[in-house]
Design a protein around this ligand. Structure first.
Ligand SMILES: [Zn+2]
Length: 434
């Protein structure tokens, strides 16, 4: 089976690059991945997968940080203009752009592979020193760019799907491919878990191009110390009044927000591990001589464990409300993102390690890296582990033109085929017919 997978992955290499460049040309940010999800769904249906889309894949009530309805509608139109099947796009109404595709192969374990669909909110570099611009596959969508390599992840997902569909008679169990929207901002995983995306999953595998694996040929088999996070938008509403004649009639939302910002940063740190808190934006008021009646801020907490993050988030909610009470203003807290912490399972790390050793492409195989940041995948993985399953997250090394989320970000496309081979090999071993 290994030779078959290797040959198939090598044969796929030019198509992986073509797919990647197509997705790169038409990047879509969280909950607007209509074109991307429609193309993935159409391809997987052709390969014989059972594809769940829209409400069957994303629980609308658990979505966070969703753009306004008119913005979503404009993106649906754009996706169709850019080649998406209108019938598939219509099924994703409301920004339900995730999909779950199953390949049932009889009795056996359920093995999930997860890929992220979304791009970043950044304008792509347009000068010739940037390869996508030089080769004509730079972003056609203003304000959006695949600056994190998710275009490569989606291409790998299609490659793995094709190879494993071809091996179906030799597999036992169920292969599940999860394509998630809204990884950026930690917005998508919770809503897919809410729609049963990982129900019955015994093993889950995901990965990322780059990060701590900084050069082509390097592979990190497991990642841990994913930070859990909670992201809030907060709005205070007070009462405007003349700042000279009748300030006592006003209720000052700006002061409430300022007091909250200072005191949020003063939350006592927990003795059991690392936490973070940031108020990243704050806007308030309308005029120099008017008691400010509105204030908004965007903030987030993080924690080394989900419990530590919940401690920070609970303290934050208390302070947000207390500041509102102190200044007599109303407050509204909206959760716009959030994900659990995570730690890879040793058994899955060992599986990736032995599969990688057999591939030959990898010249440096490391066991483990501590992430120290947040990745929405950890939400899927921790739910699978809580229910008795296992998972890991690998880092596929690549020479990078610039850091992640830079407008000059680009990776080495030579890593796509080995990445496909690695994931297909791991899944095939877990699903091997006895
Ligand atoms: Zn990413």
């Amino acid at each position: 089976m290994r030779d078959k997978i290797q040959q198939a992955a090598q044969a796929l290499a030019p198509r992986l690059v073509a797919w990647r460049r197509d997705f790169h040309r038409y990047p879509e940010a969280g909950w607007t991945e209509f074109r991307t999800a429609a193309l993935v769904a159409a391809t997987l249906q052709r390969l014989g997968y059972t594809v769940k889309l829209g409400p069957a894949a994303v629980a609308a009530a658990d979505m966070m940080g969703v753009p306004a309805p008119q913005e979503l509608a404009a993106h649906m139109d754009r996706a169709v203009r850019q080649g998406a099947d209108p019938a598939l796009v219509a099924r994703m109404q409301g920004g339900l752009t995730g999909l779950v595709a199953d390949l049932p192969c009889g009795d056996g374990p359920t093995v999930a592979l997860r890929f992220d669909l979304d791009a970043n909110d950044i304008d792509e570099a347009e000068d010739d020193k940037h390869r996508p611009a030089r080769y004509g596959f730079a972003s056609q969508n203003a304000g959006a760019m695949h600056a994190c390599g998710h275009d490569g992840h989606i291409a790998m997902g299609l490659g793995v799907a094709e190879i494993l569909a071809g091996l179906r008679p030799g597999l036992a169990g169920t292969l599940r491919l999860i394509f998630q929207p809204g990884e950026e901002g930690s917005r998508g995983a919770r809503a897919m878990v809410g729609a049963s995306a990982v129900d019955g999953v015994d093993h889950i595998l995901g990965g990322h191009i780059g990060f701590q694996a900084t050069r082509t040929g390097q592979l990190i088999c497991a990642t841990g110390k994913f930070l859990a996070t909670t992201k809030y938008d907060v709005r205070y509403s007070g009462v405007p009044a003349h700042a000279g004649a009748a300030p006592e009639e006003g209720k000052n939302a700006l002061l409430a927000a300022a007091a909250a910002a200072l005191n949020l940063h003063a939350i006592a740190r927990h003795g059991q591990g690392a936490t973070r808190i940031t108020v990243g934006t704050l806007t308030a008021g309308q005029g120099r001589n008017i008691i400010p009646a509105t204030a908004r801020y965007k903030m987030e907490t993080r924690g080394e464990t989900s419990e530590l993050d919940e401690y920070m988030a609970a303290e934050a909610r208390r302070i947000i409300a207390a500041a509102a009470q102190m200044y007599g203003v109303a407050c509204e807290i909206t959760q716009v993102g959030g994900t659990k912490s995570g730690e890879s399972s040793p058994a899955m790390r060992d599986l990736v390690k032995s599969a990688a050793a057999a591939i030959g492409f990898f010249s440096q195989i490391d066991d483990y890296a501590s992430f120290g940041a947040t990745e929405d995948y950890s939400h899927f993985m921790s739910v699978v582990q809580q229910r008795g399953g296992s998972g890991t997250y690998f880092m596929l090394g690549s020479d990078l033109a610039a850091g992640h989320h830079s407008n000059y970000f680009d990776f080495d496309e030579a890593v796509l085929a080995p990445g496909v081979e690695l994931m297909a090999t791991c899944a095939a071993r877990l699903l091997k017919r006895k």
